[in-house]
Design a protein around this ligand. Structure first.
Ligand SMILES: Cc1cc2nc3c(=O)[nH]c(=O)nc-3n(C[C@H](O)[C@H](O)[C@H](O)COP(=O)(O)O)c2cc1C
Length: 339
């Protein structure tokens, strides 16, 4: 399948693995790239630019295919040394960067001078248009369903993607709620040139996280995520657990007066506890509504191959069949639950 995204990034399949804190290490990024997608190392999980340089070298040792780095510009008290992180990306020969959070505008000259393709992740059409205007090569349009930070507009992808298609000239991928071949074909129908998946990639053999996390994703349903930190205008969709229930209780008590310090215990330093130690009740960690569609833990290659072959079946058999009047309503695959 050739799309504007496969051509832009030099990849085989129009599937990107979004940056994920304490998940996007070389093991996962290289597995996605080796399977024909674009794997992404999460830049800021590496505590210094030097460590990011080492992670890029490690990833290069595991794949000869293109991979990218995520740079997240979220509000934080001590701003990371972004120019040095960009230098590590440039010197590591990485040719694609996924930016997220605040606008990457001030860093565009440095990224473009290094010949790096910039995919900015946005949760609204207005931010996508701004990304186009400042010279981003593509956007990742992140709908309300997404794991992580969906912004404050609450527009799901069924509306957001066609709105983006109507306004954007640069290509975009659909992000948020993407899990399988049905997601990919739907995203393509709505105008996207591919899809970006976060949560789905955590439940794979190669994702370098504690097995408790993968089992929790397989067990959870679409009713098990919740939005937190809305009062701080830093909304995040997370998987519900004991720490998150405490957080929700504090939010109810403080209401509009909530401050970041009030929920420090439930949000700070949670990722290593969950992803490395498997402490599932530690607090808030991002997880998408798509968790309701995750029923197994395949290898990354099995997942991507399955998506591509079933997408072909949906397009050739079901969609073309509808036009031919054969009205094939059978699903491309019977879902097998590993519960
Ligand atoms: C555990 C986890 C950690 C994430 N960390 C980041 C991050 O550090 N930076 C970022 O830009 N996006 C982050 N995301 C968002 C993903 O890159 C992606 O946009 C999102 O997961 C897409 O929605 P989905 O989970 O429904 O596929 C994270 C998502 C998850 C599930």
């Amino acid at each position: 399948m050739k799309t504007a995204i496969t051509e832009l990034l030099g990849i085989q399949h129009p599937i990107i693995q979004g940056g994920m804190h304490y998940v996007g290490f070389a093991e996962l990024a290289s597995a996605v790239s080796n399977a024909g997608g674009l794997g992404i190392i999460t830049g800021l999980t590496q505590k210094t630019p030097d460590l990011l340089a080492k992670e890029i070298t490690r990833c290069r040792g595991m794949t000869d295919k293109p991979f990218g780095v995520n740079l997240t510009f979220l509000p934080s008290f001590t701003s990371p040394p972004y120019p040095e992180y960009i230098a590590a990306i440039r010197e590591g020969g990485v040719k694609a960067v996924e930016t997220a959070g605040r606008s990457p505008e001030q860093y565009m000259p440095a990224l473009k001078a290094a010949g790096i393709k910039v995919i900015h992740k946005c949760t609204s059409v207005r931010h996508s248009l701004k990304a186009e205007q400042i010279g981003c090569d593509a956007v990742s349009v992140d709908g309300f369903e997404c794991g992580g930070h969906p912004g404050e507009d609450d527009i799901p992808n069924m509306i957001l993607l066609p709105r983006a298609a109507d306004e954007l000239k640069i290509p975009f991928v659909a992000s948020g709620g993407m899990a399988d071949a049905r997601s990919l074909v739907a995203a393509l129908s709505l105008g996207a040139a591919g899809m970006n998946m976060g949560t789905r990639f955590i439940a794979t053999k190669e994702a370098p996280v504690h097995d408790n996390v993968k089992q929790a994703l397989v067990k959870a349903t679409e009713f098990d995520t919740v939005l937190v930190m809305r009062a701080l205008r830093n909304t995040e969709r997370v998987l519900r657990n004991k720490g998150v229930d405490e957080l929700l209780q504090i939010e109810r008590e403080k209401g509009a007066l909530l401050k970041t310090e009030d929920i420090h215990t439930q949000v700070a330093g949670v990722y290593p506890k969950v992803m490395i130690n498997g402490q599932m009740d530690a607090g808030a960690w991002s997880c998408g509504l798509v968790v309701g569609l995750i029923h197994d833990i395949p290898t990354v290659k099995e997942l991507i191959d399955r998506i591509m072959s079933e997408a072909e079946q949906i397009i050739r058999r079901r969609l073309t069949g509808l036009l031919a009047g054969t009205n094939d309503t059978k699903p491309a695959r019977k879902v097998v639950r590993e519960r």
